[in-house]
Design a protein around this ligand. Structure first.
Ligand SMILES: *Cc1c(COP(=O)(O)O)cnc(C)c1O
Length: 381
């Protein structure tokens, strides 16, 4: 087995334009610092998402960290976050010495449950300490129930950070994912729908805050010819070379969304009618970029488990994964408060039965037929 015939969950997919922007930077010896690719990429991201401003940084994690800094989250503070997510959503809460509180999912989007959020807010209010922020994650490209969640947060006066690391290009009622909260973040990590090899962006309609984000991301340097500092800063800015990759990728983002959606459609056609198989829903009025095709497999009805499918695919040099392990089940967060959706925890269910299939936009139809053939062998017809 070789890397050539391996099918990845999600691998980088370059167009040809990335090299053009990188070459420009090389030709001008504008490798660093900042520069025209950084400015250009920030403009591209702001325009694409119809948001006032975007600041590009070294990672999505750094963008979340900056958002928490901008909201003055510190020790003694509480921050609510979706439990069903990648650890990068929650780690920045710990960087700030604050206390995470984890909120369950609901079945209609797999994202933050408005019911659990309302319960958590009401209790926090009773305890006399509301959270300083709520981090809402849009899993695998699907937007959370933003109307309901936004209403709860505004009732309690708590700002939202929308973790749209996985949902760049998706929409909710015609509006781009990542633009619903005080801040939104995107990731350009290697496995995301578009990638700069590594990077992220912080977006907001609040230009003053983004100015401050850029300041914090460049070691919080005061206006002075000598190096003067009055606050703690970070080295979080994206390089001009990396931003060049991003500019090329932004040009093909919509095409990538269509390609990922086509991958989903082919899986859906193959397995949509099989008992015990249920794909992540696309809530009415939303459009998911289908970053990863995710589904649940109930072994009783389907005739095999998610783990058996993962193992069989691995034998054929094909990468598949369970869904994210919820944060409240992680050793790191074992003592953290958790609000399930109801009597049963929805995220526990999704973790137990969930499966993510290879979904790269550069998969060929033949690649996908290979995946489908392996799964068809073991699923009950
Ligand atoms: C990838 C990801 C991040 C972090 O992005 P990086 O660029 O890898 O730091 C944050 N949240 C979610 C949900 C992600 O999938």
């Amino acid at each position: 087995m070789t890397r050539q015939d391996r099918i990845f969950l999600s691998s980088p997919h370059m167009s040809e334009n990335e090299q053009k922007y990188i070459k420009e930077a090389f030709d001008l010896n504008w490798i660093a610092p900042m520069g025209s690719n950084v400015d250009g990429l920030e403009q591209d991201i702001a325009e694409y998402n119809d948001v006032k401003d975007a600041a590009v940084v070294v990672s999505g994690t750094a963008a979340i960290h900056l958002a928490l800094k901008l909201l003055a989250v510190g020790p003694e503070d509480i921050v609510f976050c979706s439990t069903l997510t990648f650890v990068a959503s929650v780690n920045p809460i710990l960087y700030q010495g604050a206390e995470p509180v984890l909120i369950d999912s609901e079945m209609d989007t797999w994202n933050m449950s408005p019911v659990a959020l309302e319960r958590a807010m009401a209790e926090a209010k009773d305890n006399g300490k509301l959270p300083k922020a709520v981090i809402i994650v849009n899993l695998y490209g699907q937007s959370a129930q933003m109307d309901e969640l936004t209403e709860i947060c505004s009732t309690y006066g708590v700002p939202i950070i929308e973790d749209a690391a996985e949902s760049l290009g998706s929409t909710y009622k015609g509006k781009k994912s990542g633009t619903f909260g005080r801040f939104g973040i995107y990731s350009f990590n290697g496995n995301k729908i578009i990638t700069t090899s590594g990077g992220g962006a912080l977006v907001s309609h609040d230009e003053e805050s983004l100015k401050r984000a850029r300041f914090l991301a460049t070691q919080a340097r005061d206006q002075a010819i000598h190096y003067q500092h009055s606050q703690v800063g970070y080295n979080y800015r994206m390089s001009n070379i990396v931003a060049g990759i991003g500019r090329g990728q932004m040009e093909v983002l919509d095409e990538r969304v269509q390609q990922r959606r086509a991958v989903f459609e082919r899986y859906f056609e193959a397995f949509g009618d099989i008992p015990g198989v249920k794909f992540q829903p696309e809530l009415e009025g939303t459009m998911s970029n289908r970053w990863l095709t995710a589904l649940t497999i109930k072994p009783d009805a389907a005739g095999c488990s998610n783990q058996e499918i993962i193992d069989q695919l691995a034998d054929e040099n094909i990468e598949a994964r369970p869904v994210w392990k919820p944060m409240h089940l992680q050793p790191l967060f074992k003592d953290v408060k958790y609000y399930p959706h109801g009597e049963d925890s929805v995220s526990d269910y999704l973790f137990k039965y969930g499966l993510c299939l290879p979904s790269g936009s550069n998969m060929t139809v033949q690649d996908q037929e290979r995946v489908i053939a392996v799964i068809s062998r073991i699923l009950r017809k």
